[in-house]
Ligand binder design. Structure first.
Ligand code: AMP
Length: 190
């Protein structure tokens, strides 16, 4: 069982790359952002709660996010492994994930971070906002807040797994195929 955390700031290409990795390695891709958008689309109480945070570029509270993630994992008993995309985003989420996997006698195999600088992210997300229909992609102030939240609350998760010898970084700039080749090699070695 191989569990990967695909890490990096918003707009670093995690979703795009995760879809291709899922195909190549037969793993299951779980994006907490997609799960929340699905809840919003179905107008569920969880979606309504999440939306108010997402539209401001803030994190949805850990209590809500961790429960939702666990439910999703439990829906897939027979997997080769998961690609976690957009989760964990706080140290508390990372600790909860590790404890949850430990109960299953599993663990995170590695965290791979896609490195893209802030100004490139703003350009990419504003461009994506033209077609994604995502409120949080169309407003520069919200985008900059997401980058700030990433720096303050999420980037410590890299160090958390680095201390366990599990973190590595890949340059997230270039063509999708170039990045996928580097990423695929790194995943194979996990
Ligand atoms: P993403 O699609 O990963 O860019 O996530 C979009 C938004 O969903 C984020 O800006 C957060 O508001 C929320 N979100 C997604 N994943 C998480 C998470 N692991 N913890 C808290 N909020 C999250």
């Amino acid at each position: 069982m191989k569990h990967l955390i695909l890490f990096g700031p918003p707009g670093s290409g995690k979703g795009t790359q995760a879809k291709q990795l899922e195909e190549k390695f037969g793993m299951i891709h779980i994006s907490t952002g997609d799960l929340f958008r699905n809840e919003i689309g179905n107008n569920t109480p969880l979606g309504i709660e999440a939306k108010s945070f997402m539209n401001k570029g803030q994190l949805v509270p850990d209590s809500v996010t961790i429960g939702m993630l666990k439910n999703k994992v439990e829906m897939h008993p027979d997997v080769k492994g998961f690609i976690f995309d957009g989760f964990p985003r706080t140290i508390q989420q990372a600790e909860a994930l590790d404890a949850f996997l430990k109960e299953r006698e599993e663990s995170i195999s590695g965290l791979i971070s896609l490195k893209v600088d802030d100004e490139e992210i703003v350009v990419r997300l504003l461009e994506r906002g033209k077609t994604s229909g995502r409120a949080d992609d169309s407003n520069e102030e919200v985008i900059r807040n997401r980058i700030k939240v990433y720096g303050e609350q999420t980037s410590p998760v890299y160090d958390y797994y680095d201390k366990k010898g599990k973190s590595q970084e890949i340059l997230g700039v270039g063509t999708i195929d170039e990045i996928f080749n580097k990423l695929g090699d790194a995943v194979e070695k996990l």
